[in-house]
Every structure is written in C-alpha cells, then in structure tokens.
Design a protein around this ligand. Structure first.
Ligand code: NZQ
Ligand code: ZN
Length: 395
C-alpha cells in the first residue's frame, strides 16, 4: 500500500429534516448574503425551494439567485453565477440540486476569488487546478445521488462549441457542509435515479480496478459498498419512496468519492471509463451515468484480453461482488461481466451505444478526443486505437 493523506473537510448533515440547520450553519460560516443556485426548476416543483427561503428568513439571510443550470453544466452558467455573486455582494454560495448544479457552484466559488478568466482554473499539468488559491464558502443541498460532488473536491464543466468536459479539482473546493436528506431524492425521475446508480458503481469500480492490490482494507470496503448498491437500486425501482433504499444509495454516492478513500494507497487516479464517457456526453449531451454503464463491460473484456495478469482481479470482482461461484478465473470473470450487464439491464440502462443513439461514424472522433491529453488507463494503457476498440465493442 502506498503512502496517503486522508481528510474529508466537508461536514455531512445526513437524514430527514436536516434542513433545519441550514440558516444558522450558513451564518456560522460567515454568510450573510447567499447566492442560491439551482437547475431547471425541480426544487420549485417538489417544495424544497420554499423550505430554503423559510430557513433564510428565520436566520435573517439575504439572497440572490442563479437558476437554469443544465445537466452537463455549461461554462456560461458559471460565468453568469460569478456576475450575479459579485453584482449582489454575496459572501456565501448554496448549491441545491444534483452534480451539475454542485459542480457549477464549485467553479463559481473559485471564479469569484480569481481576477482572470475562469477557464484558467481547470486542471493543469500538475494534476490539480493549481491556480486556485482561494474560494468563496460553499454549501450544498443534494437532491439527486450519483456524482459524489457533495463530499468531494472536483467539478466537471462543459466548455466551448465542441462541449469538451473540463475539470476543476482542488482541496479548497470541498463544500463547507452538505445536507443529505434522502427524502429530497424521491422525485428524481427513474432514468436519472438509475443513471446515478450506474455512476456510483463506476466510481467504485474504477478505484477497485486501479492496481496495487496491497490495499486490502480499501478494496474490501469498496466491495461492501458495491454490493450494497447492487442490492438497494432495485428497491428504488420498485418503490421510489423507499426511504432506506434512497438513504443507502445517497450515502454510497458520497462515500464513493469522499476523499477518494477507496483509491488511497494506489497509484494515480486515471478513471479511463470517465475519460471515454465524457466524450459521449460531449457529442450527444448524454446523461453521465448512462455513458459509464454503456462502456464498462466492453472495457472489462478489452482489459482482460490485454494480459493474463489482469484476470485475477476481474475474477475476484466476480466472486466477491457479483457472487459468482466458479473456480476457473477466466470463466468466473466473464460470468461476473454478464451479471453486471444483467444488472444494467434491470436498472433500464440502454443495452449498447447503438440503442443509446450513437452513430458509428462518430466513434473515431470520440476515441481521438478521449485521449487528446494523453493515454487513459488503469491496468492497461488506452490510446486512440484501444478507445476505439472499446467503443466498437460497446456499439
Ligand atoms: O435541473 P433540475 O430541474 O433540478 O433537474 C435535474 C436534472 O434534470 C434532475 N433532478 C435532480 N434532482 C431532482 C431532479 N428532478 C426531480 N427531483 C429531484 N430531487 O435530474 C437531472 C439531472 O441532474 P444532474 O445534476 O445533471 O445529474 P448528476 O447528479 O448525475 O450530475 C451529472 C454531472 O456531474 C458530473 C457529470 O460529468 C455531469 O456533468 N460529475 C461530477 C463529478 C464530481 N463533481 O465529482 C464526478 C462524476 O463522475 C461526474 O463526472
Ligand atoms: Zn462519474
């Protein structure tokens, strides 16, 4: 196991009714005028918006608003948020929504403290957003489980005409606190709920399959969370108001990326499935979690095919997570992948890229873009040819 630093600087207020702490906790963090940011309006339909305003009123907090942050949030929303924050003399940011709203607010929090273009703040050669030196205080109210943005230090912003996904990543971007009330996720449509499940599972898998297998504690914790996700997701399909199922999926979302604990003691953080999946979102504005479900089985089969050395970890995944009872490693690994495909099908993910509306002619351009900043890859390196092969296998 490699050396690591572990810290989760975000306080999580988890459970029913935790919204009660909102106003006073913002004040405790020095907030008096809040930029309240949200997406396309779900928080108005399900009543969360009113509860927040009541909290502001009780605590004597003023506020300004940024609305309309879209899924796969655009740089333009970030720029608008920076303007609204400055024009209204805000001193605190409250992001209410899913990963898209939270991520946009992370970029806003850094942008309001930076004099140049916010695009300077994306991850650079150093591996983090090294130009971020200060951020405005940020809190989140999560209304959709999946990305882990509520407890992590990253954000993903869509930029330019080709919709390239760019990352802000810095320890200062961890929210001061996040309110995680599973009841707020009852109204998430089935499609987005299950895309969130696929996202959580992929965050866990990308860390599980990162080599350096001496990290047994991390891997065993990871296996447990993966199994819980597989067990709980179908309960949400059966009953979207199942509190405990929503609670478990919400906590799995937060745990999967909080402090990156499952990848600690392992080298790097390369996330190849995310690298390729982001190109599907760029080209087709496809929902993030869906891109990952589409690519994962193909990536697994491709990786196993590159070296017999990779087989044991896929066989271990099959046995410990997918409950495969097969002694031969190659057969066990394949059975595990088939069971994973059956799970994706049960949570209603599209079966392949074709079914998801992808055009075969676009695969090459997407493969090229996925690796434009260098090879991706855990276990085996993925250049353009490998990315294209994986996309073709997933087609
Ligand atoms: O905009 P509103 O009206 O709120 O509707 C949203 C949106 O249409 C809706 N929704 C959310 N909560 C709801 C609800 N509808 C009804 N009731 C509720 N309670 O769900 C839709 C999708 O929301 P979005 O925020 O886009 O989803 P998600 O949480 O999956 O976020 C996806 C974004 O996060 C990035 C992705 O790349 C993508 O841009 N990621 C961020 C990461 C991070 N910060 O660490 C890591 C991830 O790997 C990921 O890349
Ligand atoms: Zn993700």
């Amino acid at each position: 196991m490699k050396n690591f630093i572990f810290s989760i600087p975000t306080t999580a207020y988890f459970g029913k009714g935790q919204i009660e702490i909102l106003g006073e906790t913002i004040k405790a963090h020095g907030g008096s005028k809040v930029l309240l940011a949200y997406g396309g309006g779900s928080i108005k339909q399900n009543g969360i918006y009113k509860v927040i305003l009541e909290q502001f009123r009780k605590a004597g907090l003023a506020h300004a608003e940024l609305s309309g942050i879209q899924p796969n949030p655009r740089l333009e929303s970030v720029e608008e948020g920076i303007e609204v924050y400055r024009a209204n003399g805000c001193d605190f940011i409250l992001a209410v929504g899913g990963g898209s709203t939270l991520d946009a607010c992370k970029a806003i929090a850094a942008g309001v403290k930076y004099d140049g273009a916010v695009t300077d703040l994306f991850v650079d050669e150093s591996g983090i957003s090294s130009r971020i030196v200060a951020v405005a205080p940020l809190a989140t109210i999560l209304t959709m489980a999946g990305t882990g943005s509520e407890l992590d230090m990253g954000g993903v912003i869509t930029v330019g005409d080709d919709h390239k996904k760019k990352v802000v990543l810095h320890p200062l971007l961890n929210p001061k606190f996040s309110i995680l009330d599973p009841e707020y996720t009852y109204t998430v449509p089935e499609y987005h709920s299950m895309a969130g499940v696929a996202d959580i599972l992929c965050h866990l898998m990308e860390q599980y399959f990162t080599p350096e297998f001496g990290a047994n504690v991390q891997d065993r914790m990871n296996e447990g969370v993966m199994k819980a996700v597989l067990e709980e997701a179908p309960k949400i399909l059966a009953n979207p108001n199942d509190y405990d199922a929503r609670a478990n999926i919400m906590w799995a979302s937060s745990m999967a990326l909080a402090g990156f604990q499952f990848v600690l003691g392992k080298p790097g953080f390369p996330f190849p499935l995310h690298g390729m999946g982001h190109e599907l979102s760029s080209m087709y504005d496809m929902t993030h979690g869906v891109t990952l479900a589409l690519l994962t089985p193909a990536w697994m089969r491709h990786t196993i095919g590159t070296s017999t050395e990779h087989l044991p970890v896929f066989a271990k995944f099959a046995r410990n997570v997918m409950e495969v009872r097969e002694e031969d490693d190659a057969k066990a690994a394949e059975e595990g992948i088939k069971k994973l495909e059956a799970f994706y099908s049960a949570i209603k993910m599209p079966a392949n890229l074709r079914e998801a509306g992808v055009k075969e002619d676009d695969l090459e351009a997407m493969a090229e873009k996925a690796v434009e900043n260098g090879k991706l890859g855990i276990l085996s390196a993925i250049g353009k040819n490998e990315a294209l092969k994986i996309m073709r296998m997933a087609f």
